[in-house]
Write a protein that binds this ligand. Structure first.
Ligand code: ZN
Length: 199
């Protein structure tokens, strides 16, 4: 039996040896255990969650899944601001756009940044496009976070005139048409996201 160490995205076949139970927490849907050893119960790609030591096998179809899972990175548009949260409509899951599906998420003020955010509208405005991580699910609603430098607003319009804003400093944007200066919780690649994100 081949006992070479496995890496994420390795392809395994049904019945392949994956490791021992002391090493991994096996996924019930895609693995089985025999004498303390873990084997693949289907053919597909390996996913190893390093933090939880969870090992799972998923097929190509599942990689393109429309079902949102915790840890997924999503892209969406801000629909509304509340005092302590924002509502987001999202349609891109792990870089895959699902034109015919849309999902609803919200970001609580405590999940916006690793730094303290006093007012929601210092971080976000309606119609901003942002990248966020799914942190929890509550029925049909997903709780999202933009803490981390790669997460946050990737495109924003001026609240006064609607022109697209340009980054001028840390979490600072300027409108080149009317001169308005605004702040946002920006993703590190703000302004460099070339995909056609608005539809
Ligand atoms: Zn403007």
């Amino acid at each position: 039996m081949d006992k070479k160490s496995l890496n994420g995205n390795d392809i395994v076949l049904t019945g392949d040896y994956l490791g021992v139970v002391e090493e991994f927490l096996p996924d019930k849907q895609s693995t089985f255990i025999k004498d303390g050893q873990i084997f693949a119960s289907k053919t597909g790609f390996i996913t190893i969650n390093k933090k939880e030591r969870k090992i799972e096998i998923s097929t190509h179809q599942e990689k393109d899944r429309k079902i949102v899972k915790i840890g997924d990175i999503v892209i969406g548009t801000i629909l509304f601001l509340r005092q302590y949260s924002v509502g987001i409509n999202f349609y891109t899951i792990n870089k895959k756009i699902h034109f015919n599906s849309s999902y609803f998420g919200n970001i609580h003020v405590s999940q916006i940044s690793d730094r303290y955010v006093d007012k929601i509208n210092d971080a976000f405005q309606i119609t901003d496009i942002l990248r966020a991580r799914v942190v929890a699910q509550d029925y049909n609603e997903y709780k999202l976070s933009t803490a981390g430098k790669e997460l946050g607003v990737i495109y924003a319009d001026c609240v006064i005139c609607g022109n697209s804003l340009t980054k001028i400093g840390y979490n600072k944007l300027k409108c080149n048409r009317c001169g308005n200066i605004e702040s946002r919780k920006l993703a590190s690649d703000f302004g460099n996201v070339t995909n056609n994100l608005r539809f």
